[in-house]
Design a protein around this ligand. Structure first.
Ligand SMILES: Nc1nc2c(c(=O)[nH]1)N[C@H]1C(S)=C(S)[C@@H](COP(=O)(O)OP(=O)(O)OC[C@H]3O[C@@H](n4cnc5c(=O)[nH]c(N)nc54)[C@H](O)[C@@H]3O)O[C@H]1N2
Ligand SMILES: Nc1nc2c(c(=O)[nH]1)N[C@H]1C(S)=C(S)[C@@H](COP(=O)(O)OP(=O)(O)OC[C@H]3O[C@@H](n4cnc5c(=O)[nH]c(N)nc54)[C@H](O)[C@@H]3O)O[C@H]1N2
Ligand SMILES: [Mo]
Length: 641
């Protein structure tokens, strides 16, 4: 095995730090807060409010995310606020919002249990969404059929009735072939299409070339299996289609999402109990972060920021001067740093130095900044680049508030532990900076913040803390205290009355576009990256901590490729892409097919996969193609002792 040094566990931050003469040194809270505020003031005075960017925290509460976007918009005066939603499900939000008007998953977990067909597309739910996967297994136990679409045979795929092994980045050809087969076999839901959709004719033309044999050639999925899934999905009473990053983390992530939505529109598998379209969200509160407006194009409750009536409402409530225009998303903020248009950032609970694709480029961009404030529970690699570091309380156990899960259910989180001495609540820290910037923010508790949000977001108005406690959680939309559980979204599409039915859902005749990083003789292997059950994201909260499961980073490859390269399990190899080079020990995985290799990004302090990933991004959503890099693998010369 590798003789690589193990990652050291991170130690909780308990004292603020400020940078002097290039070095981070301990400081008092007052000194650190003064410095943080002064740097923001200086940059905004010199370069205007759009020189400021906020990276908000998808692990923290709704209340904290509400305050982070309010800080950005009302105190600084820009809409440049975003979070790690950009690196995962921004394409899902963009695709769903384009077709249906709002970006949430449609179904409740109970409906998953009651479904008779479940498709997990580009999702390793057994490892990345184990709680959701329990509901899937309950359905399977009751007789539901589970189909898994993934280039790897994952532990999720091992539970499936059928696994569709496709080539990385061929999801649109597969979805189009399924659609074409449904149309050709006359299994479409004609009355639903006529009543609730538009663009069908153009869509039929777009999928026409994707016959089963053509699709088999492009995707690698046997024609018979494509046909089987097409028929099973179209004939299911309650067909659930869930997807995650295998779909979204591509340079055309939004088009991928749209190609899946097309299938539900063809068959009427949406807007009914048990049928639905569900992006399983990533971080514990990434759904809530977006719902709270910690995204550059929406105010709290998904209200359109470009609508002057919306901004007028918020300006009246906050005494602010928000402009009715979109801010920059996280990807655009990084680009603005490179151009010199953005000169200061406030990063709350994000670790972009290790999570962004082509991270050395990210480091270069952050190095351009005049003033970086990082507020985290640990001294991350990103915090080590900061000018001011502020120690936060951990939202999930040390604060009061709410989280929103993938089924849009808002639930209470309670303070169970005191934060370590010296750390402060995220909202409290932000308020203290806001005060220093002249905003009269009083100290707000979770509930006070929530009540303010409820007064401004119709989706949440009926969700008082008291009701949330009584009911154990409520799904949005919940416009009043007597709202009943809505359970699933878009039921309106089935209404007879055209007024009640509202806007039709539009088919998307999207085009196939293969991964940007081309396979060549020099870079012949397709690297896809993702997760394991035992670890969490950039590893700050997991990599250094003891666990019998956690084995460290590996380059996983098929037995055939191991033989071809003449490498053994545990042997260190060199991995090179067009961006950079790393080394990692080999692990042999018979769930992989020749040509495809896999790594996580869970141990970047030892082996940083994002040195070699590509930052080709989806032009609509800004999400990078983490799922498809082209690499070379070289055996290392044997070291002579
Ligand atoms: N244990 C654990 N759970 C987590 C996390 C964690 O770090 N650890 N992180 C959380 C976060 S932030 C997120 S966003 C979610 C992500 O949850 P998932 O999206 O389920 O996780 P990934 O492993 O990134 O990717 C899912 C699958 O996509 C497949 N895939 C790769 N390329 C393609 C392709 O071209 N097409 C298709 N169809 N599939 C492809 C991969 O083989 C992989 O099995 O997990 C959340 N849950
Ligand atoms: N190669 C590759 N890279 C990827 C992905 C991939 O599939 N492959 N997936 C991408 C995805 S989906 C995601 S979401 C990103 C994740 O990227 P990031 O969000 O940048 O990374 P995390 O490791 O989740 O960072 C979480 C940070 O939040 C801090 N934190 C936790 N709780 C709190 C709190 O309550 N308050 C504060 N202030 N801080 C807190 C933690 O200490 C940690 O530093 O990574 C992306 N990067
Ligand atoms: Mo994520």
């Amino acid at each position: 095995m590798s003789r690589r040094k193990k990652t050291e566990p991170y130690v909780r931050l308990t004292q603020p730090l400020v940078r002097d003469a290039g070095i981070l040194r301990p400081a008092t809270w007052d000194e650190a807060l003064d410095r943080a505020a002064e740097g923001f003031r200086r940059n905004v005075a010199k370069n205007g409010p759009d020189a400021f960017g906020m990276f908000s925290c998808a692990r923290a509460t709704n209340e904290m995310n509400y305050m982070a976007q309010k800080f950005t918009r009302a105190v600084i005066g820009t809409n440049n606020v975003d979070s790690c939603n950009r690196t995962c499900h921004a394409p899902s939000v963009a695709g769903l919002a384009k077709v249906f008007g709002s970006g949430g998953g449609t179904s409740s977990y109970q409906e998953i249990e009651d479904a008779d067909l479940i498709v997990l597309w580009g999702s390793n739910a057994r490892e990345a969404h184990p709680i959701f996967f329990q509901h899937v297994l309950k359905a399977v136990n009751k007789g539901a059929k589970l189909y898994v679409v993934d280039p790897r045979l994952t532990s999720t795929g091992r539970w499936a009735h059928k696994w569709l092994r496709l080539n990385v980045g061929t999801d649109i050809p597969l979805a189009h072939a399924i659609a074409r087969e449904i149309i050709a076999s006359n299994l479409i839901n004609r009355s639903f299409i006529e009543r609730a959709t538009e663009g069908f004719e153009e869509f039929v033309k777009a999928v026409e070339p994707w016959t089963l044999p053509v699709a088999e050639l492009e995707t690698g999925v046997p024609a018979e299996l494509i046909r089987e899934l097409a028929h099973a999905y179209a004939k299911a009473d309650r067909g659930q289609l869930s997807w995650t990053l295998g779909i979204t983390e591509h340079h055309n992530g939004t088009d991928n999402v749209l190609s899946l939505i097309n299938l539900a529109l063809l068959t009427g598998q949406v807007g009914r109990y048990g049928a639905g379209l569900n992006p399983l969200r990533g971080q514990n509160n990434v759904q809530g972060g977006g719902d709270m407006g910690a995204i550059p194009d929406r105010m709290p409750g998904f209200q359109d920021i470009t609508d002057p009536d919306v901004t007028a409402k918020f300006n009246a409530a906050w005494g602010s001067n928000i402009q009715a225009r979109k801010g920059w998303n996280l990807t655009q903020m990084l680009e603005a740093m490179e151009r010199g248009d953005m000169t200061t950032v406030y990063i709350i609970g994000e670790n972009p130095v290790q999570s962004e694709a082509d991270c050395e480029h990210t480091i270069k961009r952050l190095s351009n900044l005049d003033h970086i404030v990082v507020q985290d529970i640990f001294l991350t690699k990103t915090a080590q680049m900061a000018h001011v570091v502020l120690p936060a309380a951990a939202a999930w156990c040390e604060t009061d508030g709410t989280f929103t899960n993938s089924e849009r259910r808002v639930q209470r989180v309670r303070k169970a532990l005191n934060p370590p001495e010296g750390a402060r609540d995220d909202i409290e820290i932000m308020s203290q900076i806001a005060e220093r910037l002249g905003a009269p923010w009083q100290h707000m508790t979770g509930e006070k913040v929530w009540d303010e949000l409820r007064s401004l977001s119709p989706l949440h108005t009926g969700m008082s803390y008291q009701r949330l406690e009584e009911l154990g959680g409520i799904q949005w939309p919940c416009p009043s205290e007597d709202s009943l559980e809505p359970s699933f979204l878009h039921g309106r599409l089935w209404e007879e009355d055209p007024v009640k039915r509202g806007m039709p859902a539009t088919f998307s005749p999207v085009l196939h576009s293969p991964p940007v990083d081309e396979l060549t003789e020099e870079f012949p292997y397709r690297l896809t990256t993702g997760r394991r059950l035992d670890s969490y994201n950039t590893g700050v909260q997991s990599a250094g901590f003891e666990s019998p499961l956690r084995k460290g980073e590996t380059l996983d490859l098929s037995p055939q490729d191991a033989e071809k390269l003449n490498v053994k399990a545990g042997e260190e190899v060199q991995i090179t892409s067009r961006r950079g080079q790393i080394q990692a020990p080999v692990r042999i995985d018979d769930g992989l097919t020749p040509g495809l290799v896999f790594m996580t990004f869970h141990f970047p302090d030892e082996i940083d996969v994002n040195i070699i990933t590509i930052e080709a991004t989806c032009p609509i959503a800004g999400t990078a193609e983490y799922k498809a890099a082209a690499i070379r693998i070289d055996k290392l010369p044997v070291k002579v002792a």
